[in-house]
Design a protein around this ligand. Structure first.
Ligand SMILES: NC(=O)c1ccc[n+]([C@@H]2O[C@H](COP(=O)([O-])OP(=O)(O)OC[C@H]3O[C@@H](n4cnc5c(N)ncnc54)[C@H](O)[C@@H]3O)[C@@H](O)[C@H]2O)c1
Length: 416
């Protein structure tokens, strides 16, 4: 399937990603359509495939082809490839990244595979999009970031899939903060709550084993919440204290009970370089909460509220108006002026979670063809990974405060 990009969604508002000072580079050798391979066809494989399939219908992107979908089970991956719009399927990712007709590798496999695949793909000259968290360990994340920097010097791009940066309401929140609309940010509350592990009989999966998942709720969902803090504030973290807890320590495996070796819930307090404080609370055991990402940002001149369950809305309180007029207003982030929104439907015709992946792929393709560094980069993923590691270190030391070397994060999401 060839997607030749051209669409109505080409105005500056729909093009939030790249600098205006860019030189378009050939998108692929010989300027043929970019060849894309995705590795993994389950949850994220399906979400990314949906985005690859529809991005060119809404945004002006370079020509590309959904070449090959990779999995382990030949029959199942072939069926997935057929229904998700991929031309073919394969079971050996190493063979796929060696192919001359593959230019982009989209890694939707579990964290324990990220480093090996990403480094091999970058070294083979392929642009790489990898799901979060960057890796399972800090050492792997550092090796990936080094490989990404070396590849970038050769014109090969990489990006980590923190897709919530592409929620229009959060991109708007970032604009408001950068414009000073809420003044100096004093503190942030970030919570990401789910409940899919409430039942102690819920079986073991790769997500509950440290070897395969690296950590539990911490790497899985605190990574998103922490990335949002860095992204929204454009700040870095100076120190961290944390706590981890596993409520159910053994779960049914295929041949009997297996030990759960990761956290079910995590708490962290982050001191930002600016002096702001962020609290981060995540759980996969918050009964009744399905996928609740909530962000509250409090400045000295106003506040912002976001709840993923009200995806299209941003709460804004302007504390500079007389107190008798103050109150949170609900901004419906569905106007063509809002980030990404002029590519979609008329005002008030709301969008949802899956659109974040379309925005992500669109920004990645645009960066590749423009030769600009995609954001968030592997360096940004590494910044989050250092904070995750510090939370673990703190939790192991009775919540001691762990200082972090000052690090900057590229928080640009142009237009956002
Ligand atoms: N951005 C988000 O909102 C979000 C949500 C969920 C998961 N994730 C991340 O996406 C990644 C994948 O998670 P998921 O939920 O899709 O997992 P999943 O278990 O649903 O799917 C994993 C896929 O990887 C494939 N795979 C495993 N080993 C393989 C191999 N050797 N060769 C080829 N394919 C292989 C499996 O066949 C499966 O298709 C993780 O890094 C996870 O943290 C991100």
């Amino acid at each position: 399937m060839t997607s030749l990009g051209s669409s109505p969604g080409t105005s500056p508002q729909a093009r939030p990603q790249t600098s205006s000072q860019v030189t378009r580079q050939p998108s692929s050798p010989g300027d043929r359509p970019l060849g894309v391979a995705a590795i993994g066809y389950a949850f994220m494989g399906k979400a990314h495939s949906n985005a690859w399939r529809n991005v060119a219908s809404y945004f002006d992107v370079p020509a590309f082809e959904q070449k090959v979908l990779v999995g382990r089970d030949a029959e199942a991956v072939a069926a997935a490839a057929a229904s998700y719009g991929w031309a073919e399927s394969a079971t050996d990712w190493r063979e796929v990244i060696r192919r001359d007709d593959i230019d982009i590798v989209d890694i939707c496999a579990p964290g324990w595979m990220h480093a090996e695949i990403a480094i091999a793909a970058l070294e083979a000259g392929k642009h790489v999009l990898v799901e979060k968290p960057l890796a399972n360990t800090l050492a792997e994340a550092e090796a990936m970031t080094e490989a990404a920097r070396a590849a970038r010097a050769r014109g090969v791009q990489s990006m980590i899939g923190f897709n919530y940066r592409r929620v229009p309401a959060l991109a708007l929140a970032k604009e408001f903060i950068a414009e000073g609309r809420i003044g100096t940010v004093r503190h942030v509350r970030a919570a990401y709550l789910q409940d899919w592990l409430v039942d102690p009989e819920s079986p073991m999966t790769w997500r509950l084993n440290k070897e395969t998942a690296g950590s539990g709720a911490l790497g899985d969902i605190a990574s998103h919440a922490i990335d949002q803090v860095l992204f929204l504030l454009g700040d870095s973290v100076a120190d961290v204290s944390g706590r981890l807890h596993t409520f159910v320590t053994s779960r049914p495996g295929p041949s009997g009970p297996e030990e759960v070796t990761v956290d079910d819930a995590a708490w962290a307090t982050l001191t930002l370089a600016s002096g702001a404080i962020a609290s981060v609370e995540v759980s996969r055991m918050a009964t009744g909460q399905k996928n609740s990402l909530q962000l509250e940002i409090y400045g000295d001149q106003g506040s912002l509220l976001f709840d993923l369950e009200a995806f299209n809305e941003l709460g804004f309180l302007d504390a500079t108006v007389p107190v008798r007029e103050q109150g949170f207003r609900r901004i419906l982030v569905n106007e063509p002026e809002h980030p990404y929104m002029d590519a979609w439907w008329p005002q008030g015709h709301i969008i949802g979670w899956e659109h974040t992946f379309t925005h992500e792929i669109r920004d990645f393709l645009t960066a590749i063809v423009d030769g600009t560094e995609p954001s968030p980069s592997f360096d940004d993923g590494l910044a989050v990974q250092r904070i995750l590691a510090a939370v673990e270190e703190s939790a192991n030391a009775k919540s001691s405060i762990i200082p972090l070397a000052s690090a900057t994060t590229s928080t640009s999401i142009e237009g956002a």
